[in-house]
Design a protein around this ligand. Structure first.
Ligand SMILES: C[S@@+](CC[C@H](N)C(=O)[O-])C[C@H]1O[C@@H](n2cnc3c(N)ncnc32)[C@H](O)[C@@H]1O
Length: 260
């Protein structure tokens, strides 16, 4: 499996919309409410995992990217020992992992599930999670709600969504934007690029491109998948304040599901 996140793993935590993403309190609250340990699938650099461990909850993070996990490990290493002791990191694939234990809550924050491009892979992931939950366990599945307008009208190949500039600790100044280069409407897969225009402290300029495909899922499709994998949907939220689905469009698709 290729590590497409490696190209900008060391910049991830400084990207302004990621640093300001309003989901951390939602996940920390869910972890506190779960009476037991948490499994975070696609934990990346620990954006959610570290605040969860700080909140006093035991959490295991699984990720397929050695580079993202390395950033997470470095961040954890400067935390107090009792916080470090609550977090475990595992290199693995969300479709095939076996940790040999069960959790009260599994989460997939910020859409890692959408990196899975086939129904077979999606079911393999949900079934792997199912095997890791206690009988009363819950899964939080976090997807974006595809905007019909953007799907129909967003121009391909055009750089857009320019974000505020940020400066990494090593002095690199970074301007980021994205472009969608293709839309496979038959398989619901967009080919996207996150473009990092980097100015080094010595003035040298460099463009880093994180290219990846992403599959979008519609609400009922996700519900059917969850049912096929043995889950019942308990809640469906459209944002991290737990507004109900339908409160605004397109919003997020945040499922809370329990075992059937
Ligand atoms: C958008 S990042 C989200 C990271 C973190 N959850 C957060 O909220 O900041 C997606 C993460 O999913 C991971 N990922 C992608 N495919 C994966 C797979 N098949 N198995 C495990 N992790 C995967 C990537 O390596 C990356 O760290």
């Amino acid at each position: 499996m290729t590590d497409d996140y490696a190209i900008a793993a060391d910049l991830y935590d400084y990207v302004v919309p990621y640093a300001n993403r309003p989901d951390v309190a939602f996940y920390v609250d869910a972890a506190r409410e779960a009476a037991g340990p948490v499994l975070e699938i696609g934990c990346g650099t620990g954006r959610v995992l570290i605040p969860t461990a700080r909140a006093g909850v035991e959490i295991a993070g699984l990720d397929a990217s050695p580079e993202m996990l390395a950033v997470c490990r470095t961040r954890l290493s400067v935390e107090p020992p009792e916080i470090q002791s609550r977090a475990t990191l595992v290199h693995g694939d969300m479709r095939t992992f076996d940790l040999g234990r069960r959790f009260a809550l599994a989460t997939i924050p910020f859409r890692p599930f959408q990196h899975l491009l086939t129904v077979e892979d999606q079911l393999a992931c949900l079934q792997s999670i199912h095997r890791h939950l206690t009988p009363d366990g819950r899964l939080v599945l976090d997807l974006f709600n595809p905007s019909i307008d953007l799907l129909a009208n967003h121009p391909l190949g055009v750089e857009s969504g320019h974000e505020p500039e940020f400066t990494a600790p090593d002095g690199r100044r970074v301007n980021r934007c994205y472009r969608t280069v293709a839309q496979d409407r038959f398989n619901q897969i967009g080919s996207h690029e996150l473009i990092y225009d980097v100015t080094h402290p010595d003035g040298r300029q460099e463009r880093l491109v994180h290219a990846f495909p992403l599959r979008y899922l519609f609400r009922y499709e996700a519900e059917h998948l969850l049912a096929r994998a043995g889950f019942t949907v308990e809640h469906l939220y459209s944002d991290y304040s737990r507004s109900p689905y339908g409160a605004h469009y397109p919003g997020e698709l945040i499922f809370v599901a329990r075992l059937q």
